[in-house]
Ligand binder design. Structure first.
Ligand code: HEC
Length: 202
């Protein structure tokens, strides 16, 4: 008995040590940093999302032009391909995603829209982002807000707050079935899809 106990003791201690280290690693990894106050989603007393401020200075993860959700005929030769879309995410959420490979609760994406413009010299061909349309759309990750775990919000030009777009809207079904990762179109956002590809390669 004496011999067996002394043999098991060190093994048990080592095992306990390993378990503690693994558990601590898990806790440290899953521990989510809180967003700074100016990047936090805020709600009005009526439960509407307050339009985010300062998103122009967030991380721009992708841009597209003429990306049509419906089967549309191609633009005529020389015509603008359609509006530009820019996609921004809070710097805090970007860092968390980079660290963990997952979007943290309270992630907000902003989609903004620009006319395709070609008026400026010395450009002789091609299009750049012209005037911005006033409206923006927001995609917010918040557990329980919808069965997908995300809510959509549309802010008109002068809207300070917006009610959540109802769950039956096509926003939810298209994002749920077509978006590459957790309701988000990461396939169109280079830094996010590269991060996911790195994770998949491990
Ligand atoms: C038929 C598919 C489809 C529908 C319907 C749709 N979207 Fe999207 N959404 C996209 C695609 C594709 C992108 C990729 C970025 C882009 O548009 O340039 C996107 C990107 C977004 C983004 C940027 C963050 C992300 O999740 O990728 C927001 C915000 C967004 N959509 C809001 C909306 C809202 C609000 C509605 C409903 C009013 C909606 N979408 C309906 C296909 C769709």
């Amino acid at each position: 008995m004496q011999i067996r106990r002394s043999a098991i003791g060190p093994i048990a201690a080592t095992l306990a040590g390993i378990i503690a280290v693994v558990a601590w690693g898990g806790v440290a990894r899953s521990q989510q940093q809180d967003p700074p106050a100016d990047q936090r989603p805020r709600f009005s007393q009526t439960g509407h999302l307050v339009k985010p401020v300062g998103w122009e200075a967030w991380v721009m993860v992708g841009s597209s032009t003429g990306l049509s959700y419906a089967a549309a005929p191609p633009p005529a030769a020389g015509a603008a391909p359609g509006m530009f879309h820019n996609v921004y995410v809070q710097p805090w959420a970007y860092r968390e995603f980079d660290r963990t490979g997952a979007f943290p609760q309270r992630t907000m994406f902003v989609l903004s829209f620009y006319e395709a413009s070609r008026k400026s010299a010395p450009a002789r061909a091609g299009f750049y982002e012209g005037d911005r349309l006033g409206a923006i759309e927001v995609h917010l990750k918040q557990a329980g807000i919808d069965k997908t775990g995300w809510g959509f919000f549309g802010f008109g030009d002068s809207a300070a707050t917006a009610a959540m777009i109802p769950a039956a809207a096509p926003c939810y079904s298209c994002h749920a079935t077509e978006a590459a990762h957790d309701q988000v179109f990461t396939q169109f956002y280079p830094p996010l899809r590269e991060r996911l590809a790195r994770a998949a390669a491990h």
